[in-house]
Design a protein around this ligand. Structure first.
Ligand code: GRG
Length: 292
């Protein structure tokens, strides 16, 4: 197994373990709420954001023990956003992570509440993480709260842009907020826990900003080039919803070139850090070549 594959496999295992500790069991009342949370949280998913948090933290010598709770909290915020994104009032989707969406399996009210609880549990987990100093906990909570709010703003902008012709600047602003903010926050959280210097944190933020853009470009490409079965979510939704996307604006070939350029820029940033950042560059490779 390659170094990156082993790393992702380890991350998936330890994050799942931590999530299981943090989320009430299905025996806890109200059972339906906790079943719904676990239905969405343990449905698979790439666990890319927690892996990024762990990889950045470890590049700056933080221990896994100190990183894992925040990594799990990030996955909880991400999963809440997916549950709410799938609701009839938003993307109205039936399939997520290869199984029925939360509101389809349970009901709309339960899905809304499952998302709400996941978000509050995430902040509670960091606030109560005894491995971290109070100062770091507050910085993490502030960073993640700011980014989660940006994600919501990006979602609103995205919904308002449906069916409209928007500029590339507007498209980038949507993605910087909707997708990029939480990806940047994941990387920055790892650096904060490792007590990296302010300069290092800034470089990591620049790397992650490019990574977030790359993630969105490849997401747009996959939506038009992959099947629903492979993606585990409905393919071709961007065209149906008349969304502005990179392939729609630039065509497939130019979009692929753009993805390669942004990938190179993200790895270039890492050269400014006097640490072993090979794994972080491999994560950018993974995003560039991902199939799901
Ligand atoms: C509803 C508050 C709120 C926010 C929604 C995350 C999001 C914002 C919308 C999801 C819709 C979407 C397709 C966004 C583009 C990129 C993205 C976030 C994809 C899903 O993330 P992955 O591919 O999913 O990491 P897994 O399932 O692997 O975790």
């Amino acid at each position: 197994m390659s170094r990156l594959k082993t790393f992702f496999a380890d991350c998936t295992r330890i994050v799942a373990q931590k999530l299981d500790e943090l989320v009430p069991s299905v025996q806890t009342a109200p059972k339906k709420l906790h079943e719904a949370i676990r239905w969405s949280l343990f449905a698979g998913g790439k666990r890319f954001r927690p892996a990024l948090c762990l990889a950045v933290g470890e590049a700056f010598a933080a221990s896994r023990e100190n990183l894992v709770c925040t990594a799990a909290a990030i996955e909880m915020i991400h999963t809440y956003s997916l549950i709410h994104d799938d609701l009839p009032a938003m993307d109205n989707d039936d399939l997520r992570r290869g199984r029925e969406t939360c509101h389809k399996k349970f009901d709309e009210a339960t899905a809304i509440l499952a998302g709400d609880v996941l978000q509050t549990l995430a902040f509670q987990a960091i606030a109560e993480d005894k491995n971290l100093t109070a100062e770091i906990r507050v910085r993490l909570i502030a960073e993640l709260a700011r980014s989660a709010a940006k994600m919501v703003a990006g979602q609103q902008l995205d919904l308002e842009a449906e069916g409209k012709k928007i500029s590339i600047e507007e498209l980038e602003s949507i993605h910087r907020n909707k997708t990029g903010a939480m990806i940047s926050a994941s990387a920055k959280a790892g650096a904060l826990i490792a007590e990296a210097s302010e300069t290092e944190i800034e470089i990591i933020s620049n790397y992650a900003e490019k990574l977030g853009l790359l993630f969105q470009i490849t997401d747009d490409l996959l939506d038009v080039t992959q099947t629903t079965q492979v993606l585990g979510k409905t393919a071709g939704k961007d065209i149906t919803a008349e969304k502005a996307t990179y392939p729609a604006l630039y065509g497939l070939e130019e979009t692929r070139k753009l993805a390669e350029m942004v990938h190179a820029q993200s790895c270039q940033e890492l050269k400014k850090i006097a640490r072993d950042t090979d794994l972080l560059c491999e994560i950018a490779d993974f995003i560039l070549y991902r199939k799901t």
